[in-house]
Design a protein around this ligand. Structure first.
Ligand SMILES: C[S@@+](CC[C@H](N)C(=O)[O-])C[C@H]1O[C@@H](n2cnc3c(N)ncnc32)[C@H](O)[C@@H]1O
Length: 262
C-alpha cells in the first residue's frame, strides 16, 4: 500500500506541519535519553525532520531514517546532506531488511494511522524485532484528527462516516497504542495525551494544513467517498465548516513509549 498523501507538495506540507503549533516534535521528544554511540531508527521518516533534529541533538549517535516513499526520501536526503551521522534508507516497515536487535531507540511518528490492521501488526512486530533488548520504542500518533470538526454539513458528516470506515487508515489509532505495544511484548508502557485544538477564528495555519491534506490525498478520497464530485464537495464544505467563527476542530496526540525486555 503506497502512502496516500504522496504528492509533489507533500514534502512542503510535512515540513510546515512539524513547524506549526500542536506538532512540535522537539517538545514531543523532550524526555528521550540516549547514550553516546547509540543507534537510532526514525521509522517512516517522511521529510526527515525528526531524524535531522535527533542527529543534531545527539551528534555522537548514528541515526538511520527510513521510509518507502521515494519522492520524500530523495528530498529528505538533500535536506540532510550536511549532517554526517544521519543516513536514509528505502525500507518497507512491515518487512524491514535490518538484522534483529540493532537499534537502541526507535521513533515512529504519524505513521501507524496509515496502516491497515494487518500491516499495523506486522509493522509493530518488525520494530520490536530490530529493537535491542533494553531499548526504547516511542510511537507518536493521532486520535480523532479530521473527525472532530463541528458543525458539519450533511455532506461532511457522510464523508467522515465513510472515511472512518475505510480500513486502510485509522483516525483513532492513538488510544490503541498502549494496548498494541503491550500485546507486542514490550514493558513499562507509558503515555501522555495532548489535546490540540483550534477554533474558526484562530485556525489559519491548520486550515491551510487541511487544505493541503485534502489536495494531496484527493485520489484516495475520491475512491473512499464515491467519486470526484463527492470528493470535491466534501473538501469545499469541510474547509467552509472550519472557517465558521464558532467551529471547533481538535484531536488528541498520543506520545507512547515502551521498553523491550532484556
Ligand atoms: C504522515 S507522514 C509522517 C512523516 C514523519 N514521521 C513526520 O513526523 O513528519 C507518514 C510517513 O510514513 C511513511 N510510511 C507509511 N507506511 C509505511 C511503510 N509501510 N513503510 C515505510 N514507510 C511508511 C510514509 O511514506 C510517510 O512518509
Amino acid at each position: 500500500m503506497a502512502y496516500m498523501l504522496e504528492h509533489k507538495e507533500e514534502f512542503n506540507r510535512l515540513e510546515k506541519q512539524s513547524n506549526s503549533p500542536g506538532y512540535d516534535y522537539r517538545q514531543e521528544l523532550q524526555d528521550i535519553v540516549v547514550q553516546d554511540g547509540a543507534c537510532i531508527l526514525d521509522a517512516g521518516c517522511g521529510t526527515g525532520i525528526v531524524s535531522r533534529y535527533l542527529a543534531e541533538r545527539f551528534p555522537s549517535t548514528r541515526v538511520v531514517a527510513c521510509d518507502f516513499t521515494l519522492s520524500l526520501l530523495e528530498q529528505a536526503r538533500e535536506a540532510a546532506k550536511d549532517i554526517p551521522n544521519l543516513i536514509f534508507e528505502e525500507q518497507d516497515l512491515t518487512q524491514l531488511t535490518f538484522t534483529s536487535e540493532q537499534f537502541d531507540l526507535i521513533i515512529s511518528r504519524f505513521v501507524i494511522h496509515h496502516q491497515n490492521t494487518e500491516n499495523r501488526s506486522k509493522l509493530i512486530a518488525e520494530l520490536v524485532r530490530v529493537l535491542k533488548p533494553g531499548g526504547t520504542l516511542v510511537i507518536i500518533d493521532i486520535d480523532g484528527a479530521t473527525m472532530n470538526l463541528y458543525p458539519q454539513t450533511p455532506a461532511v458528516a457522510e464523508g467522515l462516516r465513510k472515511w472512518a470506515a475505510y480500513p486502510e487508515h485509522d483516525c483513532f489509532v492513538g488510544r490503541k497504542l498502549p494496548s498494541l505495544l503491550l500485546e507486542a511484548g514490550l514493558m513499562s508502557v507509558s503515555w501522555r495525551i495532548e489535546t490540540v485544538a483550534w477554533s474558526g477564528t484562530d485556525n489559519q495555519e491548520q486550515w491551510e494544513m487541511m487544505r493541503m491534506i485534502l489536495q494531496n490525498a484527493s485520489a484516495v478520497h475520491e475512491k473512499v467517498l464515491g467519486g470526484k464530485e463527492k470528493q470535491e464537495r466534501f473538501a469545499i464544505e469541510y474547509l467552509e465548516c472550519m472557517k465558521l467563527p464558532q467551529s471547533v476542530y481538535f484531536f488528541n496526540k498520543f506520545i507512547v513509549s515502551a521498553i523491550k525486555p532484556e
